[in-house]
Design a protein around this ligand. Sequence first.
Ligand code: RIB
Ligand code: CA
Length: 315
Amino acid sequence: MDENRQPVILDCDPGIDDAVALLLAARAPELKLVAVTAVAGNVGLDKTSLNARRVLTLAGVAVPVFAGASGPMFGEQVTADEVHGADGLLGIPAPEPAFPLGEGTAWDVIWQKAQEYGKELVIVATGPLTNLGIALVKYPELPSHIKRIVLMGGATDFGNTTPAAEYNIYADPEAADIVFRSGIPLVMCGLDVTHKAYFTQDEIDQLEALGTPQAVFAARTMGCGVEWHQRFLVPGAPMHDPCAMMYALEPELFEGISCWIGVECQGKYTRGKTVTDAYSDAKMSSGSNATLVTQADRETFVAHLTERLAAYGMP
Ligand code: RIB
Ligand code: CA
């Protein structure tokens, strides 16, 4: 069984939607979650590295969690505690962690696991890309050891943190630029698809009605996003980070475009903007460096995500 499971590292900043991505990964039969690396983002590193362990304890699994960067590589730190609450989980009850932080930094663990799993390691990144940026600077050979990075971040249209930029990229544009120029095969699950991968209030209510601690936690955390996202004309709560994890699990639920994507780091109004030639006849000479995910089979996405959380209640 193990040899058929895709080795994955989840690099995250839990965060209410990171938490649901963790719950999906922890029990996914397709994956072997070999490590979780925490980064400062939605809230500070002390809280993201604690929340990762709290959610894994809720999932009933003891995957090693390693702390990474406590802030962006170069810019000012930008948090999102207005969305995730001061503790990062909207104060919604979750168990105290059943295990301590692992020894070692996120970037060293990423390198170690990349060497251990060869070209087979997939990294799902659902926070600012600082840990990966540092790992790529410290270990220039890393790109030849990574199968793929599936990341939640970016947007080809409007942003959610500035008019131009989505949070994960805006929080550390320089790190994102390093990742997008690394040559590692990338899948970008940006707002283009995550705003289509939403749960309606009814679907959140159905999730909560499952009654398992994991489903109730997911419904209560994500449910808070329904009203907040109406400003983006999304008729529900977009499952940003779970969307990236579901892509890693079931890519057939999604459609994408192979294209070039770059990160603007200098713009006065556009810093953190992901720029793509996907819709332009003026192509960038460097060719495609990423798959831009543009569509999701929303109904099946909702059904399968719900089923995966329901599985926690089964023997
Ligand atoms: O823009 C959405 C992203 O920013 C998600 O990863 C959410 O957790 C926040 O980090
Ligand atoms: Ca996140």
